[in-house]
Ligand binder design. Structure first.
Ligand SMILES: Cc1cc2nc3c(=O)[nH]c(=O)nc-3n(C[C@H](O)[C@H](O)[C@H](O)COP(=O)(O)O)c2cc1C
Length: 336
């Protein structure tokens, strides 16, 4: 039997809540957790097409393109500015990872100077003809794998061109468009403008994914209702809080507000995440767990002491002992 890739509208069914790409945060183990918690789709962090072209077989490149069995098919996000290299690398990703790849997403939103100074990321919103060429080339290279783009509201307050730009990307062959409602000039400051997400949705026929400032299930529902977007993307709101996907599903599907996770569940998830990360990337990855632990314990009693202590752990055993001790401390507070 031949396997047919699902249509983009099946991947992004109305009301889908997806985990957005976050460099240095959304590694495979965390993506797997979010998928199990109800994320409709997960994205790799942005991967340099040029990096893959010149250094295809480094540990980092391999790890960026390794998936958690729970999450596949996963969206793979690439960035770059050279249509030929982007097409060649997308074709290779699709050929090598087949059905693990839900879609190839092209980053047109990264605000970082090192990236935009090379005409990549959000700088592509200033060169729509080149951005269109990239989409066409990647679409041609990817066969039946959908190609999507992730954009911002524009470069700055003067160049807020998301609507016209989204139309051009659709014409070039993009199967869906994710819109982060901030300009490049805003980086992550201020509020995301959901109005521009609504405007893009009204202007294109392909599914639109709204991104920006979704920190709770209520925010996810409000984003869908206020923008008319087909799907919602959660990024920072999932940091230390993968339950947001389960909570958003319950609210969107059944109008139910789930109780937030208990302190014990939060610490338990931090332990599970750490074990998965070490199994995935090795003992040295323990240092990459520090920020996640800090996020998991945010708002819990004694969190600042845990945040300090976690910066000194060097092994997985030390980290786990810290978390077990903290869980015991929390439970003694609950019993008191
Ligand atoms: C630490 C961090 C890393 C990010 N990395 C990426 C990335 O690799 N690719 C991308 O398209 N967006 C990236 N983003 C942007 C998010 O996907 C998202 O669009 C943005 O944070 C707004 O959504 P939020 O308010 O839910 O966080 C990143 C955001 C953060 C905070």
């Amino acid at each position: 039997m031949t396997w047919r890739r699902p249509d983009i509208r099946a991947i992004l069914a109305p009301g889908a809540v997806v985990l957005g790409p976050m460099a240095g945060v959304t590694e495979a183990p965390f993506r797997g957790i979010c998928k199990r918690m109800g994320a409709a789709l997960t994205y790799t962090e942005m991967i340099s097409a040029k990096g893959l072209h010149y250094n295809p077989d480094t540990v980092v490149a391999r790890s960026l393109l390794t998936f958690d069995p729970a999450e596949t098919p996963c969206a793979v996000q690439i960035f770059g500015s050279e249509p030929t290299i982007m097409a060649e690398q997308s074709a290779r990703i699709v050929a090598e990872h087949g059905r693990d790849v839900a879609l190839i997403d092209i980053n047109m939103g990264c605000p970082v100077t090192k990236v935009v100074s090379k005409g990549e990321g959000s700088a592509l919103m200033r060169t729509p003809a080149l951005a269109g060429e990239i989409v066409e080339a990647v679409v041609d290279a990817c066969g039946d794998v959908p190609v999507t783009v992730k954009i911002r509201s524009g470069w700055d307050e003067i160049e807020r061109n998301a609507v016209a730009f989204a139309r051009e990307m659709e014409a070039a062959g993009a199967s869906a468009i994710a819109v982060h409602g901030r300009t490049r000039g805003q980086f992550y400051r201020g509020h995301a403008d959901w109005e521009i997400i609504a405007e893009v949705k009204a202007a294109v026929g392909v599914p639109v994914i709204g991104s920006g400032d979704v920190f709770s299930a209520d925010d996810a529902l409000a984003m869908l209702e206020r923008t008319g977007a087909d799907a919602v993307m959660v990024a920072r709101g999932a940091q230390g809080n993968p339950w947001i996907f389960r909570e958003a599903r319950a609210l969107i599907d059944g109008g139910k507000r789930l109780a937030p996770p208990t302190a014990a569940e939060r610490v338990g998830m931090a332990r599970e995440h750490a074990a998965a990360l070490v199994a995935f990337a090795g003992e040295h990855a323990v240092s990459r767990m520090r920020k996640h632990v800090a996020w998991y314990v945010t708002g819990l009693p004694g969190a600042s002491r845990v945040r300090d202590a976690v910066n000194h752990v060097r092994t997985h055993a030390e980290l786990d002992a810290l978390l077990v001790g903290y869980a015991a401390h929390l439970s003694s507070l609950a019993d008191a």
